[in-house]
Structures are given as C-alpha cells and as structure tokens.
Design a protein around this ligand. Structure first.
Ligand SMILES: C[S@@+](CC[C@H](N)C(=O)[O-])C[C@H]1O[C@@H](n2cnc3c(N)ncnc32)[C@H](O)[C@@H]1O
Length: 245
C-alpha cells in the first residue's frame, strides 16, 4: 500500500531544511526572534558567552590597527571584543543576512560598518581582512564548506579565523544531561517567550551539525592550516580556529 506524506514546510521545521529553503527559513526565524535574542542568549549561557568570545578573540590575536570582520554578526556581541583588540584605528565590520538581527547591533559598539550580506557570498574583496570571527553562525548556513571557502577568500595569507558554535558533548553522561536540557528545558523556555520554533531549532540543528573533526576538515579543505578546536561548557560549545595558508 502506498503511504502519502505531506511535504514538510521548511518554515515550520527549519532544522530539516536544506539549501535555499534553509537560507530562507533561518533568515525569517532570526527576524522573528531578533528583539528577544540578547535576553535569551544571556539567560541560556548564564552570560558565559562573553567569556567564550574573549577566548576566541585571544586565540586569533587581531593585530592593533587591523581589519576584523564578524560574519553572521547578529546583534553584534563579537564586535566589542574585536574593537578592543584592534583599537580605535582598526576596522571592525559586522555582517549578517538578517537585517532585524543587525539592527540590534546598532549603537552597541563603535563599528566601521554593519552590512547585510550572506556568509556564503561575502560582499568583500579577496584578502581584505586580518581576521574573521563567527559566533553560532556556521551551523546555520546552508553550505558550511562554501562559507569556509568564502571566509578563507576574504582573509589575507596568515589571517586568522575563529568560530564558536554548539556541539554535542563527547562524554556520554554529559550527553544525556545535555539532551534532556536541549529537548525539554530549551523548548519550554522558548515557549515561555513565544519562541518555541527557534528554541526547538537550536537543539535539533546542533544534533544534525557536523562533528568537530568534520568541521576542522572542512576548514582545511577551504585553505586553513594550524586548525584546532577546543571545548567549553563540558563540550556543549566548541571553538574552531585556524590560519589562512
Ligand atoms: C545564533 S545567531 C548568532 C549571532 C551572533 N553571531 C552572536 O554570536 O550572538 C546566528 C546569526 O547568523 C545569521 N546567519 C545565519 N545564516 C547566515 C548566512 N548564510 N549569512 C549571513 N548570516 C547568517 C543569522 O541571521 C543570525 O543573526
């Protein structure tokens, strides 16, 4: 007997979407949550995200007076540590494909520019940047390899890239606890704030995300050397960094 399945609506289940459907679904999901993103981000990370960002910026050592680009910049929380690192004469640019998220970055930090743009087609010229950061963005792009290639393209040789994102803990006991929090607590918190889809997307997209090793391989294939990764929060967060060859 034939069973007929209704086609899935990518807007309703963005964690199952791929390619352009994922791009559109992710963009509209972030537009929906933009106004409450900072509040929930602080709550869910116990504000530790600031420490992880500081560690990320430390890992890539942006040069004073240099050019720093934050891709998938959202509400711009990577921009302040980047500004501190490059100093007042440096250039700090935030780039995101969701205008309402980027609007949340306006006025937070003294930036050189905030621009709407796609991580898989960066509106920047080859070799223009000394360093690129991405915070919790790579998991959301429709083509991770393409985003890594684009980031490598805009970096000068020797330029540095760092990405922070969710990860699946390697310790099985921690993994059970995390799955419980991710599958029960986060969606409940999301429902409380009327953002149930976004906070179902977070754990579901994390479980489907590339492994640490696959992400490191994708970076090497894109032209990075000295690729490393390091866990935070018992392996729920992972930082990848490398140098453009
Ligand atoms: C979880 S938020 C992180 C925001 C910010 N980087 C931070 O650390 O708080 C992910 C951001 O990535 C952006 N994003 C997702 N896919 C993108 C793409 N293909 N190009 C540009 N931005 C993208 C979303 O619009 C959203 O603002």
């Amino acid at each position: 007997m034939l069973s007929v399945h209704a086609p899935r609506d990518p807007q309703a289940t963005p964690w199952l979407a791929e390619g352009d459907a994922k791009r559109r679904a992710v963009q509209s999901m972030f537009a929906e949550i933009a106004g409450r993103y900072d509040l929930l981000n602080g709550l869910m990370s116990f504000n530790l995200h600031r420490r992880w960002r500081a560690a990320a910026v430390h890992a890539i050592q942006p040069p004073v007076g240099g050019v720093a680009v934050d891709v998938c910049s959202g509400t711009g929380d990577f921009l302040a540590p980047l500004r501190r690192a490059v100093g007042p004469k440096g250039t700090v640019v935030g780039l995101d494909f969701c205008r309402p998220m980027l609007e949340g970055a306006v006025g937070k930090t003294e930036v050189t520019g905030l621009s709407v743009g796609d991580a898989c087609r960066l509106p920047l010229r080859d070799g223009c940047a000394d360093c690129v950061t991405v915070g919790w963005g790579i998991r959301n792009v429709p083509d991770v390899d393409q985003a890594h290639r684009e980031i490598a393209r805009v970096l000068r040789p020797g330029g540095k890239f760092v990405s922070l994102d969710m990860a699946v803990p390697r310790n099985p006991v921690v993994g059970v606890g995390s799955r419980l929090v991710c599958r029960r607590v986060l969606p409940a918190l999301g429902r409380l704030f009327g953002l149930s889809k976004a906070y179902t997307y977070l754990p579901e997209s994390t479980l489907r995300f590339a492994t640490r090793e696959a992400l490191a391989d994708s970076m090497r294939k894109a032209g990075f050397v000295d690729v490393h990764f390091r866990d935070f929060m018992m392996g729920n967060i992972c930082m990848h960094w490398g140098t453009k060859a």
